[in-house]
Design a protein around this ligand. Sequence first.
Ligand SMILES: [Zn+2]
Length: 170
Amino acid sequence: MGHANNTGARGNGFEEHAVAATIAERLAPMLRKLGAQVDVIDFPTQSNTDDLNAAIKAANEGGYDFGISLHCDSSDNVQAHGAHVCFYPGSVKGSRLAMCIAEPLARLLPGRANTVQSRPGLAVLKRTRCPWVLCECGFITNPENAALMKDHPEAIAEAIAEGVKAYSKL
Ligand SMILES: [Zn+2]
């Protein structure tokens, strides 16, 4: 999960952690259906920094094959919209997973010029030992994207699950 309660982006009447939690709640069973063992790593009552450190620790102690952080973007420009997926530069598996997820996710939430982005500065990508990606599931500040988060979080989860399925077949 991306943030603790009320520490992330806000817009259109809701906040980032709640959106991510709703998507994760739907995504976990979809991935289990694909045969994966899934843990939802979330420390909602901590500070943002503690949440991040605890998540990285759990990620590295869990022996996972890969990890997915769930976020949503925000902007002062309410027109800004669309999803993208970040990976750590040089991580071959991370970039593959990012590309696999970005394809269906950006089909559902189009608008970003670069739907896959290499990001050296994100701690969750840098400090986790297994391939890790960070999904920005659209802009919470854009009315259409926010409506999808609110009314169809399962569609966002489905897109991510579709990407994981494609990645696991590579
Ligand atoms: Zn975020």
